[in-house]
Design a protein around this ligand. Structure first.
Ligand SMILES: NC(=O)c1ccc[n+]([C@@H]2O[C@H](COP(=O)([O-])OP(=O)(O)OC[C@H]3O[C@@H](n4cnc5c(N)ncnc54)[C@H](O)[C@@H]3O)[C@@H](O)[C@H]2O)c1
Length: 282
């Protein structure tokens, strides 16, 4: 297996100061892993790390290290992995790439800098983690990555084209890399959740009436399922508890053109509804 146990594993989690990353760091710590929390947000990272240490005090838990890291900067990600390797005698067993951002809006007004940020953080951040962690995993002949994609990495979601591009990129990268690493002992679990109740989604909900958000998943649930999937070297973990998303994923698999048409029609209806509600007299 590419990851045999959580207890005593050295695990790096990016985006660990919030949401899914934080819940994953906590789940790993509870199960006895040595955890390296990485995030660009220094103050939230410090808070999260302190909380984790307090929760584990007096119990048999692994070490906890915080490393402020911008995953878009190759040198910082390399330094992060080198620090992780020093945590418990040189091994590096699991890397969870949860650092990410969400930006949406109609393409007509979507800024190039937003598209660049999405690709730099959501995709290039994942790539840098792989490049930096791979030498240690190659030496061990073992290791595992968990990549956060999204159901948006499998679907054509109107007004989320930039986010979709970044998450489809993660999916394509994972599939090609898995084939390239075949037989190496290094595995990848790609995770495709629908909306999860985290600060990212709360922000999206506040920003956009265009998105029909139903957050039925909790970060704790996603963390638990991801770790289970990694232990089984499961390649694809799709979490879509809402009926509409489950249905459209099915259509997308069987008839992608049909799925584009259905999502396009639903989007047009939503636009019309929103225009109507704005025109109603007060
Ligand atoms: N919340 C959802 O509905 C949902 C659904 C599917 C996939 N995802 C994906 O899961 C991942 C985690 O999302 P979340 O909902 O927990 O978001 P979140 O906003 O709660 O957490 C993301 C974390 O990433 C950090 N981050 C942002 N840019 C960074 C950078 N350049 N370097 C390092 N850290 C950086 C942020 O500071 C934050 O702490 C993201 O990749 C997201 O796209 C989220």
């Amino acid at each position: 297996m590419t990851l045999t146990a959580i207890a005593n594993a050295v695990a790096v989690v990016t985006g660990a100061a919030s949401g899914i990353g934080l819940a994953t760091a906590r789940a790993l710590h509870e199960r006895g892993a040595h955890v390296v929390l990485a995030d660009i947000n220094a103050s939230s990272l410090q808070e999260a790390t302190q909380r984790l240490r307090q929760e584990g005090s007096g119990q048999e838990r692994g070490k906890v290290l915080a490393v402020v890291t911008d995953v878009t900067v190759e040198a910082q990600v390399e330094a992060l992995m080198r620090q992780a390797e020093t945590l418990d005698g040189g091994h590096l067993d699991l890397v969870v790439t949860s650092a990410g951002i969400g930006r949406g809006g109609p393409i007509d007004s979507f800024a190039a800098r937003d598209m660049e940020a999405l690709l730099a953080i959501n995709f290039m951040g994942t790539f840098h983690c792989v490049k930096a962690a791979l030498p240690a995993m190659r030496r061990q002949g073992r290791g595992h990555f968990i990549f956060l994609s999204s159901v948006a990495g499998k679907l054509p979601v109107p007004a989320l084209s930039g986010y979709c591009a970044s998450k489809w990129a993660v999916r394509g990268f994972a599939a090609a890399l898995r084939a390239e690493l075949y037989g190496s002992g290094i595995g990848i679990t790609t995770v495709y959740p629908s909306w999860v109740d985290t600060p990212m989604v709360q922000q999206a909900e506040a920003d956009s009436q265009l998105l029909n958000i139903q957050a039925l998943l909790t970060p704790e649930q996603v963390a638990r399922e991801m770790l289970q999937a990694a232990l089984q070297d499961q390649h694809d973990l799709t979490l879509a508890p809402d009926r509409d998303t489950a249905l459209i994923l099915q259509v997308m698999q069987q008839d992608p053109e049909k799925a584009e048409e259905l999502m396009g029609r639903a989007f047009q209806q939503r636009l019309t509804q929103l225009q109507g509600s704005h025109q109603e007299p007060a």
